[in-house]
Ligand binder design. Structure first.
Ligand code: MN
Length: 251
């Protein structure tokens, strides 16, 4: 079984979700052959020194324990935690990938992404993304003292929230042409991503080939994830009583 989660946005402000993630890592994920975390695990990550933050330490330890127990942990960077680096992979045993990962999922050739690169209509965001993903910008940022990095990140986050509030909903969704283009380019029939916080299972045709697109739910108020066996994908969440239930938003 493969397990997929995205957009947990964990921080010191989300103790319940942090505990839910630990519960998932120590429980259900132990049965998984592979765990794919598709970005924005952490609300803020300004460098691998952040692994030492009190709210992060138990999570890092639980990822390490899961890796050691035999589950392959794969991480793709999100738009909040794109500075995850070698210190994070050394501490957790996870494999850190670039902006996309192509692999076999549920018997299909699948493309895994965070999803922000698909939001091509949001030009100011894409411009910002090019800046912060540039090696020179990252080297200069990481050379700053940790406290200064956190201050800059808080400022950027506030500005981003203001910008999001002024943007049309449609502008921040994945662009249909961008979706078709990546499926075509990577010769995949299954696309799994998060980022948009619009959980769904879409079906589409690309060059007359039937394709699926699964958008993973964010962890606004509860844990949500996908599981894949050799043939199918299914979405799960936790009910108020803590029971694992299928997530109706993906039908
Ligand atoms: Mn995101």
């Amino acid at each position: 079984m493969d397990l997929f989660a995205s957009d947990l946005h964990l921080s010191s402000a989300t103790p319940d979700l942090n505990a839910a993630f630990l519960h998932l890592l120590e429980g259900r994920a132990r049965d998984a052959r592979r765990l794919f975390l598709l970005g924005d695990i952490f609300e803020v990550w300004v460098g691998d020194e952040d692994a030492d933050m009190p709210e992060h330490r138990p999570i890092i330890a639980a990822l390490r324990a899961l890796s050691d127990a035999g589950t392959d942990v794969h991480v793709l960077p999100g738009n909040r935690d794109f500075l995850l680096g070698a210190g994070f992979t050394a501490a957790t045993g996870a494999t850190l990938h670039g902006d996309w990962l192509r692999c076999d999922v549920a018997g299909q050739q699948a493309l895994l992404m965070h999803g922000d690169t698909l939001c091509t209509d949001d030009l100011p965001y894409q411009q910002f993304r090019r800046m912060v993903r540039h090696a020179d910008w990252q080297a200069a940022f990481l050379a700053r003292p940790l406290a200064e990095r956190h201050a800059i990140a808080a400022d950027l986050r506030q500005r981003s929230q203001q910008a999001v509030a002024g943007k049309a909903e449609q502008l921040m969704d994945a662009n249909g042409e961008a979706i078709a283009a990546v499926l075509r380019h990577y010769a995949c029939t299954l696309l799994i991503h998060g980022h948009t916080h619009r959980p769904a299972h879409h079906t589409l045709e690309v060059d007359a080939v039937a394709c699926d697109r699964w958008v993973i739910a964010d962890w606004r108020d509860r844990a949500c994830w996908l599981e894949a066996d050799d043939h199918d994908l299914r979405a799960f969440t936790t009910a108020d009583n803590g029971c694992i239930v299928s997530d109706p938003r993906h039908f």
